[in-house]
Design a protein around this ligand. Structure first.
Ligand SMILES: C[S@@+](CC[C@H](N)C(=O)[O-])C[C@H]1O[C@@H](n2cnc3c(N)ncnc32)[C@H](O)[C@@H]1O
Length: 271
């Protein structure tokens, strides 16, 4: 099999980390997500995934499970609504959660979308868009789809400087008020540790936006609906986790609080 080469920018290359995390999870005895498509993609991409090591691989799987929980909740409440992934990378959320009625958009930078297009196709309900979370020219395309809208930006905004995150939030709020927006935030303890994180050993990208308290950014035009850490996932999500995570994460949070509590997954409404 001829493998697909990877030609990605510095931050874009980080999309391979959660992909590999999900593939390893799927190959494990007791998986969280069981994402077989990730296994297939890792086999088809020409990249030395073995350079990615450490707890962030499992962390990216738990993070995805928490975001999946909110997308499932949104689709239960709005089965014909629209889910927009901002910085989708090679995620496979719609494969896991599609209900046969929802509309899906996957937005990412052009080189990431070019790679995504090698493995995924547009359908009548799923559309890939090459663009930036900082652009507004794709808003019309999304607004043509039926609301309500859930925007999901998983492990993306962290890589932007704070003023750009603020711009993205403001622009979305102006055009899609009342929509749900979910994204993760990292506090100082996590950000300051990146150079020691083995998953970044061979990558030069680094996360930039420090946010110690997800509620502190409500003044940007957000209302915090829910906030979770790996130790406090939604109960229905935790039920799907193997014991090592379900009981191990709360224990780790008690033994070493900054390790777990500094990283939050958050659900907001845009005001
Ligand atoms: C760590 S990956 C996460 C990918 C995906 N959300 C996941 O969880 O598998 C970061 C992603 O953010 C994307 N990204 C970075 N800057 C972006 C921007 N300005 N607009 C859209 N996507 C961006 C990258 O291309 C990459 O796919």
């Amino acid at each position: 099999m001829v493998k697909e080469p990877v030609e990605l920018g510095t931050v874009q290359e980080t999309l391979l980390i959660p992909l590999y995390g999900r593939a390893r999870d799927a190959r494990s005895r007791n998986p969280v997500l069981g994402d077989q498509k990730a296994v297939e993609l890792v086999e088809r991409i020409d990249y030395d995934f073995s350079t990615f090591t450490g707890p962030s691989l499992a962390g990216s799987v738990l993070r995805t499970a928490i975001f999946d929980g909110w997308v499932s909740r949104f689709l239960r409440e709005h089965p014909a609504g629209t889910v927009v992934e901002l910085g989708s990378g090679l995620n496979t959320r719609s494969d896991r959660l599609d209900n046969g009625r929802a509309r899906w958009f996957d937005l990412d930078l052009p080189d990431s979308i070019a790679l995504r297009r090698k493995f995924f196709d547009d359908t009548d309900r799923a559309t890939m868009i090459a663009g930036s979370v900082l652009d507004v020219d794709w808003f019309d395309q999304v607004a043509d789809a039926p609301g309500p809208y859930l925007f999901v930006s998983e492990a993306v905004l962290l890589y932007l400087p704070e003023h750009e995150v603020r711009t993205a939030v403001r622009q979305l709020g102006e055009r899609f008020p009342g929509s749900w927006l979910s994204f993760d935030t990292g506090g100082r303890a996590m950000m300051g540790n990146q150079d020691r994180n083995p998953v970044f050993k061979t990558l030069s990208a680094r996360m930039r936006w420090v946010c110690d308290d997800p509620a502190s950014i409500e003044a940007w035009g957000l209302r915090l609906l829910d906030s979770r850490t790996f130790a406090t996932p939604q109960p229905e999500v935790a039920r799907g986790w193997p014991h090592r995570f379900r009981y191990g994460m709360p224990l780790l949070a008690r033994l070493a609080p900054p390790l777990v509590n500094t990283y939050a997954m958050n659900l907001y409404t845009l005001r």
